[in-house]
Design a protein around this ligand. Structure first.
Ligand SMILES: C=CC1=C(C)c2cc3[nH]c(cc4nc(cc5[nH]c(cc1n2)c(C)c5CCC(=O)O)C(CCC(=O)O)=C4C)c(C)c3C=C
Ligand SMILES: [Fe+2]
Length: 420
């Protein structure tokens, strides 16, 4: 089947192709329509599963990396690691990641390209590697630009370590990292295969610091996927098919204090947020609706009837009004700052039980933005004291910078980051 990624015309990094030939016609048109209609846990996706699913391929080459505007996949793994080598080793590491990402996202018979056919292909996908919508997105943390590699002058201007915000309970073991690798695909074994391949190829140069796996639900029953508090999550995301909007909200540009090499990249925020679900499940749905400002069943704002109705914030009290401490009221941009929006691309996580026997689950909140201060941080500060904060606890994550796309410049990532 064919699913066209929004913004697919702007570059291969957002486009999807199948490796076994042309599919299309009505299925393609339907997929495109589903995407144009709205968003998903981050961005909407067609939910039809066909035998061609394993073929869905996003090219790693283009002006932007895949995995940013790409419709959110079913499974994800976030790995943050520290670079354990010198400057030349960092060059090797970036070149290795590039080669492995190109090979893994191309898929095909093991041995076809000499890259996939290493002695160490882990074999868990058999001899013909499916792609299943695989995207591997590499971002760098502020710590990469410390004194170890002489990169301080090349730091993206707005890239700083993630501060602790009000109500955060950050555990250093779950924070930061020189590199963040986001691996997403529609099939869980495709994610695991890629993670093992990447770690084998980078062994000795990269030490993993933290890892968290995530998933999204299919639309239930329709519209945007739900998070583990039961609410549709991603409804009000900006339209990723609007190139001009993405240029303002998502992509970074050289100049204005930024080094030239950041062109086509994006600031990437990850927040690991535990949800106190046992507590939440004892709260009335009426109160839950008030906490978000939306109806749990339909996803509609409390001032409307359809998921995609615009919320009305003019009233401050009364039955249908959206409370002042409601999540969407705090999170939404004010009329005076229309570019204070973020592109969210979150995944649910389920990590079993904590030491006390409580369910350990939550949200891998991730978002992309052109300017951390103007967008994510401004919104995060508005959320301080919101009603939802009693039911969730951010404990990890970091601020990162998603590198420009492969193929966006001579010399690839190594030249972009190192400058030589
Ligand atoms: C700082 C940014 C945000 C954090 C952190 C965050 C955490 C968080 N959000 C939900 C669930 C929902 N969020 C929704 C909307 C929404 N959230 C943010 C930002 C952050 N959320 C924004 C910018 C928006 C859109 C606001 C708007 O313009 O209307 C919604 C409503 C549906 C939707 O639009 O997605 C839900 C549900 C959780 C559970 C959570 C932390 C655990
Ligand atoms: Fe939110």
């Amino acid at each position: 089947m064919t699913r066209h990624a929004p913004g697919g015309g702007t570059g291969p990094g957002t486009g999807r192709v199948t490796r076994r030939g042309l599919l299309g016609g009505a299925a393609g048109a339907a997929g495109g329509a589903a995407l144009a209609a709205g968003a998903g846990l981050a961005m909407a996706r067609d939910d039809t599963t066909t035998p061609d699913e394993g073929d869905l391929r996003y090219s790693a080459d283009g002006p932007h990396q895949a995995g940013i505007l790409t419709p959110v996949q079913r499974h994800a793994c976030y790995l943050a690691g520290d670079v354990t080598t010198d400057r030349e080793g960092l060059r090797r590491l970036l070149d290795t990641l590039t080669a492995r990402i190109r090979a893994l996202t191309a898929g095909g018979p093991v041995g076809d390209d000499g890259l996939v056919r290493t002695a160490a292909d882990n074999g868990i996908l058999g001899d013909d590697l499916p792609t299943a919508g695989l995207t591997i997105t590499v971002s760098v943390g502020a710590s990469l630009f410390d004194r170890r590699f002489g990169l301080a002058p090349r730091r993206p201007a707005r890239l700083v370590p993630m501060p602790a915000f009000a109500d955060d309970a950050l555990d250093p073991a779950w924070c930061g990292g020189d590199l963040l690798v986001q691996v997403c695909a529609d099939e869980p074994d495709v994610v695991v295969h890629a993670v093992r391949d990447l770690l084998r190829a980078t062994r000795g140069d990269l030490q993993v610091r933290w890892r968290r796996d995530g998933f999204t639900s299919p639309p239930r029953p329709s519209g945007t996927p739900r998070n583990l508090l039961g609410f549709k999550d991603g409804t009000a995301n900006p339209d990723v098919s609007d190139d001009a909007l993405m240029d303002r909200l998502v992509w970074t540009h050289g100049g204005g204090g930024e080094p030239d090499w950041v062109e086509g990249g994006s600031y990437h925020v990850v927040r690991l947020i535990r949800m106190f679900v046992e507590f939440w499940d004892r709260v009335s749905v009426r109160e839950q609706n008030a906490i978000f400002g939306r109806d749990k069943s339909s996803g509609a704002p409390l001032t409307g009837t359809d998921e995609f109705d615009p919320p009305d914030y003019t009233g401050q009290s009364g039955g249908g009004a959206i409370r002042l401490d409601a999540h969407i009221r705090r999170a939404s941009r004010s009329g005076t700052a229309p570019d204070q929006r973020i592109l969210r691309r979150g995944f649910n996580y389920d990590a079993g039980l904590d030491a006390a026997g409580n369910l350990d689950m939550g949200l891998i909140f991730t978002c992309f933005n052109a300017d951390l201060e103007r967008q994510f941080t401004a919104i995060q500060r508005r959320l301080e004291g919101e009603a939802l904060s009693d039911y969730v606890s951010p404990f990890g994550g970091g601020f990162y910078f998603a590198l420009p796309g492969l193929g966006s410049g001579e010399g690839g990532w190594a030249r972009a980051v190192l400058g030589t």
